[in-house]
Ligand binder design. Structure first.
Ligand code: FAD
Length: 379
């Protein structure tokens, strides 16, 4: 068997190797290695690759899991940002999914092999190089935090912002448990209330209008406490607090373990699923702060539990299955970011149905007839 791995942030992990490929004006070729920090990219012009998971993942690992992050609401997930992949197939042949060296924005030429490998979780081949789409850096950026009277109010506000077509670059939700934990962990003064973190990108002129629209919509949903930060340092402090959510959650119960699960639903269903999930957490007696890339209809529950306690461990597993099924019942998916892995195989079957699963198995058998790559994962 062959088990590809990179930075191991998809599972509790360790370090990987660094090696970068070439960079042109609009695309970036990167071999499997860790995520590039922004200054590294800016030396190649005012452009930036978009997906930003909250961990130091590798680009090929991110392609393998179809990852995304806080920026996806504006710039898309790895699905829309990977233009070409160099893949070593299980029998050793080398495949360039879009043809050697090609990096176009659209194509109608045959099957979309790049999309097939993006999100394949190491079951179809080794990704050894990814060509990514780059985005221009905006002229101006502002970020703000706002507190809401309830989780429903915060999520309803998100839906209103999206329905009003305000082009938010980031809109992130924290429930009151998560906001309080982040506040304590990162030293930001957040209220222990349902909270939205927002960021807007554009020209100075367009931002003034977006800020006005957002403040008006937030007020309608009881949002308060807006303070817009334009300085890089202040914005970085804010987003560092958001990106440290996992560690802030772990600090809620020192000595316990964390298990992160995520789902994604159509935006209109988001308020209901978040409210139902909060109720479920309470009834299950679990510590599970919620944090979400709500602009995409995606949220995570960071379950903190004692692995030595079999009853609590069982309740975590049952809760996770219920959350996945709740998302499916609302026409959503059992995972928006983290992938199927081993834990969500039954949910995948329910999501895509027998024919969907059989088609995936045919593809796997055609590319990896000996079932060498990550055997047992996903399917
Ligand atoms: C604190 C924290 C925050 C996170 N936040 C986010 C987030 O906001 N958004 C998000 O999408 N994810 C998030 N994640 C999950 C994780 O970072 C992503 O899934 C990431 O894409 C995994 O990349 P990696 O390089 O660590 O891959 P690994 O964990 O090493 O591997 C992940 C999977 O990809 C396969 N794989 C890895 N490299 C290759 C390769 N070169 N070829 C073929 N298959 C390969 C592995 O077999 C495995 O199945 C978070 C994780 C943590 C710990």
């Amino acid at each position: 068997p062959l088990w590809p791995w990179a930075q191991l942030t998809g599972v509790p992990g360790s370090e990987g190797a660094v090696s970068f490929g070439s960079c042109s004006l609009y695309t970036l070729g990167v071999q499997s290695g860790p995520w590039l920090p922004l200054p590294c990219l800016s030396t190649h012009g005012p452009r930036v690759a978009s997906a930003d998971p909250g961990a130091d993942a590798s680009l090929c690992g991110m392609a393998a899991t179809r990852a995304s992050g806080t920026n996806a609401v504006r710039y898309g997930t790895m699905k829309s940002n990977v233009l070409n992949l160099r893949v070593v197939l299980p029998d050793g042949r080398l495949l360039h999914t879009a043809g050697p060296g090609r990096h176009f924005r659209k194509s109608a030429a045959g099957y979309d092999l790049t999309s097939l490998f993006v999100g394949s979780e190491g079951t179809l081949g080794f990704l050894t190089r990814a060509t990514l789409r780059l985005h221009p850096l905006p002229e101006a950026v502002v970020a703000a935090v706002s507190a809401f009277p309830s989780v429903r109010a915060a999520v309803d506000c998100t839906v209103s912002v999206l329905q009003a077509a305000v082009p938010v670059a980031r809109i992130e939700f924290l429930d009151e448990v998560m906001a309080d934990a982040c506040s304590r962990y990162s030293g930001l003064r957040l209220s222990a209330a349902a909270t939205l973190f927002l960021e807007l990108h554009g020209s100075q002129h367009s931002l003034a209008e977006q800020v006005r629209q957002i403040e008006e919509l937030a007020r309608l949903h009881g949002g308060s406490g807006f303070a817009w930060a334009q300085e890089q340092e202040e914005r970085s402090r804010l987003w560092a607090a958001r990106h440290n959510a996992w560690y802030a959650a772990l600090a809620l119960r020192p000595g316990c373990k964390g298990y992160s699960t995520d789902v994604c639903v159509p935006i209109s269903r988001l308020p209901d699923i978040v409210v139902e999930t909060k109720r479920d957490l309470e009834e299950s007696g679990l510590t599970g702060p919620l944090v979400g890339h709500v602009g995409d209809g995606n949220f995570h529950c960071l379950l903190i539990f004692d692995p030595e306690d079999p009853d609590e461990t069982r309740r975590v597993k049952d809760f996770t299955d219920r959350l996945g099924r709740r998302a499916l019942a609302l026409d959503g998916t059992c995972t928006g970011e983290h992938g199927v892995g081993l834990g969500k195989r039954a949910l995948l079957r329910e999501e895509v149905g027998e024919e969907g699963l059989a088609t995936m198995r045919h593809i796997k058998a055609a590319l990896d007839p000996k079932n060498l790559m990550n055997p047992g994962k996903v399917l």
